[in-house]
Ligand binder design. Sequence first.
Ligand code: NAP
Length: 243
Amino acid sequence: MEDIILLTGAGKGIGKAIALGFSSKAKGDPSFNPVLVLCSRSYGDIASLAEECEALGTKAVPVEADIARLDSIDRLVAKTLQEFGTVDCLINNAGVGRFKSFTELTEQDFDYTMSVNMKGTFFLTQKVFPVMENRRSGHIFFITSIAAETAFKSSSVYSMSKFGQKGLVEALRLYAKECNVKITNVMPGAVYTPMWGDAGEELKEMMMMPEDIAGPIVDAYLQPSRTSVEEIVLRPVGGDINS
Ligand SMILES: NC(=O)c1ccc[n+]([C@@H]2O[C@H](COP(=O)([O-])OP(=O)(O)OC[C@H]3O[C@@H](n4cnc5c(N)ncnc54)[C@H](OP(=O)(O)O)[C@@H]3O)[C@@H](O)[C@H]2O)c1
């Protein structure tokens, strides 16, 4: 049986590693047949990632979408359901950050961050959840952050959006428990991805790598149906950067 996995923010960083993590797992396990719906705003990224997944033997479909726009969310979900009929797993990974001191953050920084991290995550989940609720099975991951619980000086708007995502996780869990749907909150510390811009070698040494986050997500998805991994907290061994 196929597992239809809808993954946002798949083109780079953690999302790309998750797609490759599922594909590599499936290559070594013929009983696991993930089908990946790969979403981001940059079609080139997800199209070449789909080719990498297909080369590993996993079916992957790139769908260009901007989760900050409700019409784009509608098209993403409609296309997925039209082509595959259901969603077994939604991975809310797409996220953005504007990292500046509190007084420097602009209305544009605020709106941009909230429109992706909060509004996009909320409405995409709201569109997909009823599919899982009706069939009484499914798994939703939220890639939030350590910044969903711990504040950092340069992360006021980002943290606000991530604390908000954690609020959604906890509220949704109340619904999900009633219909056998699993909810996993993934809270990574610093991971070396394009989100950090040109971080430099010194900072890179202090960070985790995207595949370190992907592995536990794949393992959590493959737990027996009776078991839900509710939280995954991953930190660089030396602790948080800027703490
Ligand atoms: N890196 C870290 O240290 C870290 C730590 C904890 C949590 N996280 C969280 O992990 C998630 C992934 O982060 P990352 O570091 O991998 O970021 P990244 O390298 O910047 O990649 C983000 C991905 O999301 C896509 N994306 C952004 N906005 C989107 C939108 N509106 N609609 C659809 N796709 C969108 C981007 O592609 P396009 O721009 O082409 O759309 C890209 O593929 C985020 O939620 C982030 O907050 C990251």
